[in-house]
Design a protein around this ligand. Structure first.
Ligand code: CP
Length: 363
């Protein structure tokens, strides 16, 4: 049985195959309309969503399957204090595949260890959002025709922006990619992402505080929302929320074939007047999301056909090289809320220890 928690779990060949399947579904949807007949997708969303949840549900319905789930944790027994592990142990007896979103980082990893069926991470806190990355890759392939040799500007909340982290990890595999990181100092990319996927790979990277300073050199401008829900202090959010607003005037300095992407939802970081520019492709991006998720559901269900589903609630196989004792310092880590979850730190090749669940470095 295979889960998708992090984009790095997919090889470049597998990403290419998913894109090819998504293209085929877009070309001939009728070929796939009964591909998941008799199968059930559970969408368990402990945090709000429009695109991810609805595109997963639309994807399963388009494949001839059925859907169940919740869009608000307050309507589930999580409200009564039920753990992620118990919720998943039960829900995975009612469905063939689960797409979930949770505000705590590492929650899908905990889910995968207690599930009878494949778990797809639909976003865990500021950590990962691999199916948004698959959506982004399909969009780039369609809009730019390639991944190699692109200069990609990432703008806004690079600290908590899980879509940005997953996209950098995915694009860092392709030759000639260059990143321009556009953010306020307070919302810079986490050091772990920068070190692992940019510096260690020798990828050219420029840090910029203004959109204007970067616009002319970009092939892709990936805008993100400053996420109010990730701030501990409302004052900080108010100070930073309008750091970057893309207007038609600013876009005027971009290359004629530069595309503007955004995982959405937007608040006001892209002026609605920009929507009329053909380079604005964020609504097309949302459209592609349905098809790449169809391809992913097909892939994970196909790989599960070997019958190796977990017969009963699984036990956590904690890594053998774990550090005894200690408490994860990340306030967004699943270990801060999940009862009965043992703290666990894994040792990196560099000798550093990281939380097994949220990957925060032990200081
Ligand atoms: N892009 C994205 O994850 O959107 P939702 O939060 O609406 O799912």
């Amino acid at each position: 049985m295979r889960h998708l928690l992090n984009i790095l779990e997919l090889s470049t060949d597998e990403i290419d195959r998913l894109i090819a399947t998504a293209d085929d579904i877009m070309d001939a949807p009728e070929k796939y309309q009964n591909a998941c007949s008799g199968k059930i997708l559970a969408t368990l969303f402990f945090e709000p969503s429009t695109r991810t949840r609805l595109s997963f549900e639309s994807a399963m319905l388009g494949l001839g399957g059925k859907v169940l789930g919740f869009s608000d944790s307050s309507s589930s027994s999580a409200k009564k204090g039920e753990s992620v592990a118990d919720t998943i142990a039960v829900a995975s007896a009612y469905a063939d595949i689960i797409a979930m979103r949770h505000p705590k980082e590492g929650a899908p990893l905990v889910a995968s260890l207690h599930s009878r069926v494949p778990i797809i991470n639909g976003g865990d806190g500021g950590h990962y959002h691999p199916t948004q990355t698959l959506t982004d890759l399909l969009t780039i392939r369609h809009e730019k025709g390639r991944f190699d040799g692109l200069t990609v500007g990432l703008c806004g909340d690079l600290k908590f922006g899980r879509t940005v982290h997953s996209l950098i990890e995915a694009l860092s595999r392709y030759a000639g990619v260059r990143f321009v990181l556009i953010s306020p100092k307070e919302l810079e990319l986490p050091p772990v992402v920068r070190e692992e996927y940019i510096e260690k790979k020798g990828i050219p990277c420029k840090v910029c505080r203004s959109l204007e300073g970067a616009m002319g050199e970009l092939d892709i401008l990936y805008m993100t929302r400053i996420q109010r829900e990730r701030f501990a202090c409302e004052e900080d959010y108010q100070r930073l929320k309008d750091s970057y607003i893309l207007t038609p005037e600013k876009l005027g300095a971009a290359k004629p074939d530069c595309i503007v992407m955004h995982p959405l939802p937007r608040v006001n970081e892209i002026d609605v007047q920009v929507d009329n520019d053909p380079r604005a492709c964020y609504f097309r991006q949302a459209y592609y999301g349905r098809y790449i998720r169809m391809a992913l559901i097909l892939m994970l269900l196909e790989e599960g056909k070997d019958g190796k589903s977990v017969p009963d609630k699984a036990h956590l196989p904690l890594p053998e090289n774990r550090l005894p004792g200690g408490v994860c310092r990340n306030p967004h880590c699943i270990t801060t809320t999940e009862q009965g979850l043992e703290q666990c730190f894994t040792r990196e090749g560099s000798g550093e220890y990281r939380c097994f669940y949220c990957e925060t470095k032990v200081e």
